[in-house]
Design a protein around this ligand. Structure first.
Ligand code: ADP
Ligand code: TRP
Length: 321
């Protein structure tokens, strides 16, 4: 079974991304044949500064490698290294009804937020379909917000197959939602856009400071507290094993421990948990050239499959004369 997913290179990752997207993808890649690429062409729909784009791409590669993505096992590459993605996108675009793309939420939402309506943004789902179909992926793990794009992929794959003859595997979507929504330090969904994140790789001092500023009610030290309505506890669930968690829960229920002490305990746990990842990241960041080589090696592996498929596609559509 072939698993394939794309990662948007967008800023510094937080623990919502970690548990909601990054670790699940890395875990899938341990069990299955996996293609994982950095969607730098998709990022171009919104990032228009060269330096920012290239920096983000390298950073996200380092992040994933630090978190345990094994480039020997998964094919890990940059989308733009494989020109077949844009080539196939053209063939798919020529079969895609305008209405299908006009209905895509991601495009409609961005427009509604007042973002620039460039053609790239409109074409985004066609490129994504191309990313997936080019490799005959069986399963595409994505967040809920991307479900519709995988449906468009299925639709376009089917249209191509019907029109030109059986060419593509029609993929299934896998929505990663086991972890549910991880709250930020203010209790809303943790998100870059709310400024309420705990960043995985922030300096220790900053991370501690952020944890110390988690929002709580005003219960005093001696009072019993409700763990099930508490952000400290909700975040602790991700970082403590069941034994630690039941001791921590007791502290809430019994009273006698203030929120300040609980936050300190949580901060120690979070830093303990993240330590190996943070150390690995520091190591990798010292040698970005090595990371670039890893990506190039990944691109070579992806290219073999993409080239073969592209030859077939050209025959099918009449571009091979
Ligand atoms: P942000 O909201 O910070 O911009 P993204 O939209 O870039 O985050 O999220 C990338 C992926 O990370 C999402 O598809 C989702 O799977 C996961 N994710 C983001 N925030 C959370 C969260 N608070 N809880 C669980 N998963 C999350
Ligand atoms: N659009 C996806 C996102 O924003 C990233 C992506 C690009 C992708 N191409 C893909 C995901 C192909 C899965 C398969 O998260």
């Amino acid at each position: 079974m072939r698993v394939l997913t794309g990662i948007q290179p967008s800023g510094t990752p937080h623990i919502g991304n970690l548990f909601g997207a990054m670790l699940p993808v890395i875990n899938l890649s341990k069990e299955h044949e996996a293609f994982i690429f950095i969607a730098d062409l998709h990022a171009m729909t919104t990032v228009h500064r060269a330096e920012e784009l290239s920096k983000n791409v390298l950073n996200v590669a380092i992040d994933y490698l630090a978190l345990g993505l094994n480039p020997e096992k998964a094919v890990f590459y940059r989308q733009s290294d494989i020109t077949g993605h844009t080539e196939l996108a053209w063939s798919l675009g020529c079969l895609a009804p305008m209405g299908l793309l006009e209905r895509c939420h991601s495009y409609k939402d961005k427009i509604a937020k007042g973002m620039e309506a460039n053609v790239g943004l409109f074409y985004y789902p066609v490129l994504m379909a191309s990313d997936i179909l080019l490799y005959d992926a069986d399963i595409v793990p994505v967040g809920k917000d991307q479900k519709q794009h995988v449906e468009v992929t299925r639709d376009l794959g089917q249209k191509f197959n019907n029109n030109y003859g059986d060419t593509f595997k029609i993929p299934d979507v896998k929505i990663s939602e086991e972890t549910g929504i991880i709250p930020g330090i203010d209790g809303q969904k943790m998100s870059k856009s709310y400024g309420n994140t705990l960043e995985i790789f922030a300096p220790e001092k900053d991370l501690r400071k952020k944890i110390m500023s988690i929002k709580t009610d005003s219960k005093g030290v001696d009072e019993p507290k409700n763990p099930d309505e508490n952000i400290i506890y909700a975040i602790a669930k991700l970082f403590m094993n069941s034994e630690e968690l039941s001791l921590f829960r007791e502290k809430f229920l019994k009273g006698g421990t203030g929120y300040g002490d609980m936050k300190k305990e949580l901060a120690d746990k979070v830093l303990d948990y993240l330590k190996p990842y943070r150390e690995k990241r520091e190591e990798l960041a010292k040698n970005p050239e090595q990371v670039k080589i890893l990506l190039q090696n990944g691109a070579q592996k992806a290219q073999k499959i993409a080239s073969e498929k592209l030859n077939l596609i050209k025959k099918r559509v009449g571009l091979a004369i």
